[in-house]
Structures are given as structure tokens and as C-alpha cells.
Design a binder for this molecule. Structure first.
Ligand code: ZN
Length: 436
């Protein structure tokens, strides 16, 4: 059984890799220096071709077929109970629907990019469990290489100690700070000289979700793809005017944690942050349609806004990040004043946007709402989140995939941005100050 020894070597390697991860700074540097990554299809990433679950509620085994052995690390997370497996970038070519159903200790699982060069598999568990064993088998006897994970049921008391800070691995991707090099050019880093060289107002467009996080789904369409197409079209429209510097929080299928999206806007002293999403209503809750514009508030304007904010704020958990791990870097009393002013500007923009959009886009019956969206929390950047429609509604979905509709919707959004920024620039006067 020569492969036993191989397993040990590989597992050892995986552990070494995990041990090396605290020095994520070197990875981060590399990410910042290297030119934009080639598109996913262009590179020769390992291909995962099948995944299956076996076992029961006491012991559950996960097996991933892959065309070459990879290193990995696996950890457990609580609240909710999850297992996260990080691997180098993998091209997942699994049958549609893989992971939507569970077995034994696994409720469901999902997979995808979490950062350039890094993929992840996240398992939602039915309860606390430990990783009893994990290894990679090299291809042998006509079998492909396999990544194997063996989970065992434990009680919460046995589970929690594995989450103490000492042995909880660093799960933040290398892209956390500064913003990802693939999306934001190095010159976009906060830099006073650069800001002056290009005095144009910065507009940040934030297509929701991405990578491992599909967002809402219906009829074979994923929110992450629809909002990316919309965001890119809006970018192109705005860039054509030459008036703004437009920065995307993501311009490909990569997951970006919520806080990092906010950081992009803050780091660039953006004049406006627009997050793009597409909602879905659970089938049991009837039908809803039309676009809705959300601003930040401590108290949700209604139950649906609360439900939506909860769902959107779950993005990091879906991608296998721990929630609330990041202390807010804002601890200034002055922030309060800034924040109030920012909220006024956000509301003003939201109203302007509604005025423009309603002429081209079907709007929700209550199109202006507010709730505690984490992605809208930059204290100094006017921010709105637009749900451009419901993927769960047949008519809306037809719009969302239509290029003609997208072009019209993007046109009115660009019009509103123009109106808002023209007024702000006029109020702020000619750009004599470094940051106004
Ligand atoms: Zn969303």
C-alpha cells in the first residue's frame, strides 16, 4: 500500500501549508505586485469532475475527484456550523445541482473562487462535527486523485475548543487590504499624489456576491452573474463620459468579503458607492417584482427590508468567513457627524435614482427602503444598494437577462449619478482641496 505513504506526505504538506499561512503578508504582496490574473478559463487549473457524500449522521465522508493532487487545509467554524476546505484555484466542473442536497452531517455544500488563485468548498453542517480525517489520494489504478474529508459528530462542548484563537486559522484572503489587484489598479490605493493627478470623482460600483457565493438563483440564472453584467455595463456607460474614475469592487467571478467592498470605497475617498443586487422571494411568500433602492438605517423600514438585509449580510458566512470578526476601524466621535451628512447624501441620491429609474424600469411598489446592510456602512461615502429586480419573478428575470433592458436601466442610473455628482461638485466648489 504505497499510497498510504503518499497520503501522509500530502497531508504533511497540507499541514505545512496551513502553518505557513499566518505569513499571509507575503501572499498579499504578491497579489498586489503581480499583473491581473488571467481569466479562469485561460489557465491550467486542476479540474474537479465529481463530488459525493457517503455515510450517516454519525460519520460522513466527502470525496472530490480531481485530475491532480492538490494541497488543502480544512477547518471547522461555528454559528452556523460549517467546514471550510481551502484549495488552490480549482476549476469546478461538477454536474449542476451538486451540493444542493446533503447527507449525514452535511446539509449542503458549495464551492468556488474566494480569491484569485484560491478556491474553497464550504459545507453547511446539521450540527457540530469534527474533521476526523482528511487527505488527498494520488491517482492510482485508473482512479482519479481524490480529496477526502471524514467528519464525525461531536457535541458542542467538544466542538467549541477547536475555535480558540490560537488554533483558529487565518481565514481572511490575501486580498483583504489593499483591495484586490485584479480589480483595483495599484494606482487606486489611497495616495494623495495620485488623487491630485486625477481630480475626477471616484464612483465605486459593487456587483454583489461572486465566486463561491452565487447569490439568489432562478431558472438557471445566478444573481452573481446578472449583477456583474449590469455593473460592467454601468461602468462602461460612466467611463464613456470621461467625467469619473470608475472602480469595480469585482470585475470577474471572485468573492469579495463585505468589509473589503466598503474598504475599496473608503480607501479611494469615493464620491459614491453603488451596490448592485437582484432579490428573490421564497416561493411560499408569493410574488414580488420591480426594482428597489436601499439606503442604510439602524432600523429596517419594513419586514421585507429586514429579511433582505439579513440575507445579504450572510454573504460572508456563505463563503466560509466568520461574521463579526472584524472590529470597525472607525472610533471617532466626529464620525457621527460625517455619518449623518453621508446619510443625507445617500437618501438624496436614492430619490434622484428613483426619479430616473422609474421612467425605464419597473419599480417595486415601495421602491425606497432602508435597513442595516453591512456593505453600506462607509461613514464617509454616500452609498446605496439597488435590487434591480426579482430573479424569482418571471417578468423581472426576462428583463434581467435582456441586453436592451439592461442598457435602458444602466442609462437612467448613469443619468442619476450625473445629476447627483454635478450638484455635489458644484456645492463643493472647484477641486482646490485635496479630498473634496
Ligand atoms: Zn444579493
Amino acid at each position: 500500500m504505497a499510497s498510504r505513504a503518499n497520503q501522509r506526505v500530502l497531508l504533511g504538506c497540507a499541514l505545512l501549508c496551513a502553518a505557513a499561512l499566518p505569513c499571509a503578508d507575503s501572499t498579499r504582496l504578491k497579489a498586489a505586485e503581480s499583473p491581473p490574473q488571467p481569466s479562469v478559463a485561460a489557465a491550467n487549473f486542476p479540474v474537479a469532475s465529481a463530488a459525493r457524500l457517503a455515510g450517516d449522521g454519525k460519520q460522513t465522508r466527502f470525496i472530490l475527484d480531481i485530475d491532480q493532487a492538490v494541497t488543502f487545509r480544512a477547518v471547522t467554524l461555528a454559528d452556523p456550523y460549517r467546514v471550510v476546505v481551502d484549495v488552490p484555484q480549482v476549476s469546478f466542473q461538477l454536474p449542476a445541482g451538486t451540493g444542493s442536497g446533503g447527507r449525514g452531517l452535511v446539509k449542503a455544500f458549495r464551492y468556488g473562487l474566494v480569491m484569485p488563485g484560491g478556491s474553497r468548498i464550504v459545507f453547511d453542517l446539521t450540527g457540530p462535527a469534527k474533521i476526523a480525517n482528511s487527505y488527498v489520494l494520488e491517482a492510482a489504478n485508473g482512479q482519479p486523485a481524490r480529496l477526502v474529508l471524514e467528519l464525525e459528530e461531536v457535541d458542542r462542548a467538544a466542538f467549541v475548543p477547536s475555535l480558540t484563537p490560537e488554533n483558529r486559522p487565518e481565514l481572511r484572503p490575501a486580498i483583504a487590504d489593499p483591495p484586490p489587484a485584479t480589480t483595483v489598479p495599484a494606482s487606486a490605493a489611497p495616495d494623495a499624489g495620485q488623487q491630485k493627478a486625477d481630480g475626477r470623482a471616484v464612483v465605486v460600483i459593487d456587483p454583489g456576491h461572486g465566486g463561491i457565493d452565487n447569490g439568489t438563483q432562478s431558472g438557471g440564472e445566478s444573481e452573481k452573474n446578472l449583477v456583474l453584467a449590469f455593473g460592467l455595463a454601468l461602468r462602461d456607460r460612466l467611463e464613456k463620459t470621461g467625467k469619473y474614475r470608475v472602480v469595480m469592487t469585482r470585475d470577474d467571478d471572485t468573492f469579495i468579503p463585505l468589509n473589503d467592498r466598503v474598504k475599496v470605497a473608503r480607501g479611494l475617498k469615493a464620491a459614491l458607492f453603488v451596490s448592485i443586487h437582484a432579490d428573490a422571494l421564497p416561493r411560499a411568500e408569493g410574488d414580488a417584482q420591480g426594482a428597489t433602492i436601499y439606503t442604510l438605517s439602524d432600523k429596517a423600514s419594513d419586514a421585507e427590508a429586514q429579511r433582505l438585509a439579513d440575507a445579504e449580510n450572510r454573504a460572508d458566512a456563505i463563503a466560509g468567513f466568520n461574521l463579526a470578526e472584524e472590529p470597525t476601524d472607525v472610533a471617532d466621535i466626529l464620525i457621527d457627524l460625517t455619518q449623518r451628512e453621508t446619510r443625507t447624501f445617500s437618501s438624496r441620491f436614492a430619490r434622484l435614482l428613483m426619479g430616473e429609474m422609474k421612467s425605464t424600469v419597473r419599480m417595486h411598489k415601495h421602491p425606497l427602503k432602508s435597513a442595516g446592510f453591512r456593505v453600506l456602512k462607509a461613514p464617509d461615502v454616500p452609498s446605496v444598494l439597488v435590487e434591480i429586480g426579482y430573479v424569482s419573478n418571471k417578468g423581472d428575470l426576462e428583463h434581467l437577462v435582456s441586453e436592451g433592458w439592461r442598457s435602458r436601466a444602466v442609462g437612467s442610473m448613469a443619468q442619476a449619478i450625473d445629476g447627483f455628482l454635478a450638484k455635489r461638485m458644484a456645492t463643493a466648489g472647484p477641486s482646490t482641496g485635496p479630498s473634496n
